[in-house]
Design a protein around this ligand. Structure first.
Ligand SMILES: *[C@@H]1O[C@H](CO)[C@@H](O)[C@H](O)[C@H]1NC(C)=O
Ligand SMILES: *[C@@H]1O[C@H](CO)[C@@H](O)[C@H](O)[C@H]1NC(C)=O
Ligand SMILES: *[C@@H]1O[C@H](CO)[C@@H](O)[C@H](O)[C@H]1NC(C)=O
Ligand SMILES: *[C@@H]1O[C@H](CO)[C@@H](O)[C@H](O)[C@H]1NC(C)=O
Ligand SMILES: *[C@@H]1O[C@H](CO)[C@@H](O)[C@H](O)[C@H]1NC(C)=O
Ligand SMILES: *[C@@H]1O[C@H](CO)[C@@H](O)[C@H](O)[C@H]1NC(C)=O
Ligand SMILES: *[C@@H]1O[C@H](CO)[C@@H](O)[C@H](O)[C@H]1NC(C)=O
Ligand SMILES: *[C@@H]1O[C@H](CO)[C@@H](O)[C@H](O)[C@H]1NC(C)=O
Length: 475
């Protein structure tokens, strides 16, 4: 039995007694189903049928509520959490009130609806899926604080442990505000199963899932702006299956040693702009997964952390296509990597048309790196297929590197080498001392348009003889 309708039913009756719109389709309460994850839409798809029976015909809406009807059809409309019974004292569970506010706003006819998380309050919300489509655009304005239950022991047993707040099938939404989203990740990072948390530096077995703080799934026309978010148990933002995403002026912080706390992760997501944001955390600043194209990243300040990554791609022999990615005018400091492309052996597909330009590095371990031998355990065997990496431009990348690693590292597949890597205006100096490490290349083809510091002579010219166009999967 996958779905339990009991709670939604009880809830919908409660909802009706408040004379909120009877036309509400009640398809927003898919929040506590204990699905391990929601990649398959059948598991998450709204199933209004059992719920629509008790109320009047869903579309006729004979008695709209005073709250919602009181507006001009296009006027801005506010849905303030306390109006829906939220307490916001940092202790009470305000999940139900939040869901009611969401539902009312989602169903409201006005063009722009604003759900307000008011300043001066802290709302605790359990893992919830906010489902669309909604009627018109929606703003979630977080001026106060939003928090999940504190750590794995307080996480309700029947809630997903893989995600906290999920926005699903929304077209046209802005998440913004002067407040804070506090993921309270500390207790999750300390689980014994996390890397290095087990006894004697090992990883202990046991449930390790930790929630992504904010996930947008199968949604479009999204804006996240001027918001602070900190200490997610896992990724801070994850966009998957989305289109037209604009992230602007956000601040993400988590400790450098917090595991898997990527700032912004995107996958199967296109037309993405990530601008003017500051991210320091324990993993990638921005990570770009399979199925992304047309991504523009500009004026980011990243670090401490793991830098900006394309990948990892091709895990479990999967096919990955990533193209037309630009990362520019950014600073990456005190990070394990600067700009990285990482793929597993055995994958297929390609990474192409990537530009990294005007990037300042400060004490970065691997400022420029392509790693086609990415492997989290020690026992990955070499395989002949690989994700093809081609047409990568590095221009104006300057600053300092941590001398433990070569500042340029191109480790490409023997069978499917990297091609058309172009370097121009690269100046990378050791952060301490004056030991210059030589760049590393393996099966890497391309050229340097200007002298680089340190000089690179290991790129091979032209195209590899060995690969035929048939071997290459151009996506
Ligand atoms: C989850 O558990 C709580 C507390 O036991 C219960 O009230 C709620 O109905 C459950 N939700 C679902 C969707 O099963
Ligand atoms: C509402 O719609 C009217 C007519 O379509 C338009 O003139 C007016 O500017 C709109 N108001 C807002 C707040 O969008
Ligand atoms: C941890 O290391 C100590 C000292 O080397 C050893 O005595 C102990 O058995 C180890 N514990 C585990 C669980 O491996
Ligand atoms: C995004 O919004 C634009 C303008 O409102 C609209 O034309 C487009 O269809 C929307 N995109 C999607 C995928 O719905
Ligand atoms: C770059 O981003 C920072 C941080 O958000 C901002 O203060 C600065 O104005 C931005 N610079 C430009 C040129 O937009
Ligand atoms: C690449 O992506 C940008 C947006 O970042 C877009 O404007 C441009 O048209 C795309 N180029 C191609 C060739 O699709
Ligand atoms: C895999 O291939 C690389 C490059 O040829 C080589 O350096 C490495 O030792 C190989 N690894 C294994 C496990 O064979
Ligand atoms: C090599 O890559 C650059 C972008 O870095 C692109 O403009 C150029 O067309 C590519 N060259 C070939 C031969 O594909």
């Amino acid at each position: 039995m996958r779905h339990s309708y009991v709670l939604p039913l009880v809830f919908s009756l409660y909802f009706l007694t408040l004379t909120l719109p009877s036309k509400a389709r009640h398809n927003h309460y898919h929040t506590k189903h204990n699905h391990p994850h929601y990649h398959k839409s059948p598991e998450i798809s709204p199933s209004p049928a059992p719920l629509s029976t008790p109320s009047s015909a869903p579309n006729e809406a004979p008695s709209p509520s005073p709250i919602i009807n009181d507006n001009l059809h296009n006027a801005s409309n506010f849905f303030d959490l306390p109006t829906f019974g939220a307490i916001g004292d940092g202790i009470a569970d305000d999940t139900e009130a939040f869901k009611m506010a969401w539902d009312a706003a989602c169903q409201s006819e006005s063009t722009i609806k604003t759900i307000l998380v008011p300043r001066g309050f802290s709302f605790i919300i359990q893992s919830t899926i906010f489902t669309g489509p909604c009627k018109g655009g929606l703003v979630l304005k977080v001026d106060g604080t939003l928090m999940p239950p504190d750590g794995p022991d307080s996480w309700p047993k029947n809630n997903s442990r893989r995600q906290w707040l999920v926005f699903y099938r929304i077209n046209g939404m802005s998440l913004e505000g002067s407040g804070l989203i506090d993921g309270r990740g500390e207790k999750w990072w300390d689980l014994p199963c996390k890397p290095h948390k087990g006894t004697n530096g090992t990883t202990s077995p046991g449930p390790c899932d930790s929630p992504v703080a904010i996930r947008f799934f199968m949604s479009s026309n999204l804006t996240v702006q001027e918001l602070r978010i900190k200490n997610s148990p896992q990724f801070h933002f994850r966009f998957d299956g989305c289109e037209s995403v604009h992230v602007e002026s956000i601040f993400i912080t988590a400790p450098a040693l917090s595991p898997n706390t990527d700032g912004i992760h995107i996958e199967n997501t296109n037309d993405v702009k990530i601008y003017n944001s500051v991210i320091s955390n324990g993993d990638d600043c921005v990570s770009i997964g399979a199925g992304c194209h047309d991504v523009d990243i500009k004026n980011m300040t990243c670090g401490p952390g793991h830098g900006i990554s394309i990948g990892s791609l091709g895990n479990h022999n999967s096919r990955a296509c990533v193209s037309n990615i630009t990362v520019r005018d950014s600073v990456i400091k005190v990070s394990d990597n600067g700009v990285r492309i990482k793929t597993w052996q055995g994958g297929s597909g390609s990474v192409s048309s990537v530009t990294f330009s005007n990037i300042q590095m400060e004490s970065v371990r691997n400022p420029i790196i392509i790693d086609q031998f990415y492997c989290l355990t020690k026992d990955c065997t070499n395989q002949t297929s690989a994700v093809f990496v081609t047409d990568i431009l590095y221009t104006n990348i300057k600053g300092t590197y941590d001398v433990r690693h070569p500042p340029m590292h191109f480790a490409c597949s023997d069978s499917i080498p990297c091609t058309n890597l172009t370097l121009s205006n690269i100046e990378l100096l050791p952060a301490q001392g004056d030991i210059m490490l030589d760049p590393f290349c393996w099966s890497a083809y391309g050229n340097s348009q200007t002298l680089t510091i340190p000089p690179i002579s290991c790129l091979q010219e032209g195209l590899p003889q060995s690969i035929s166009p048939i071997d290459i999967d151009h996506c």
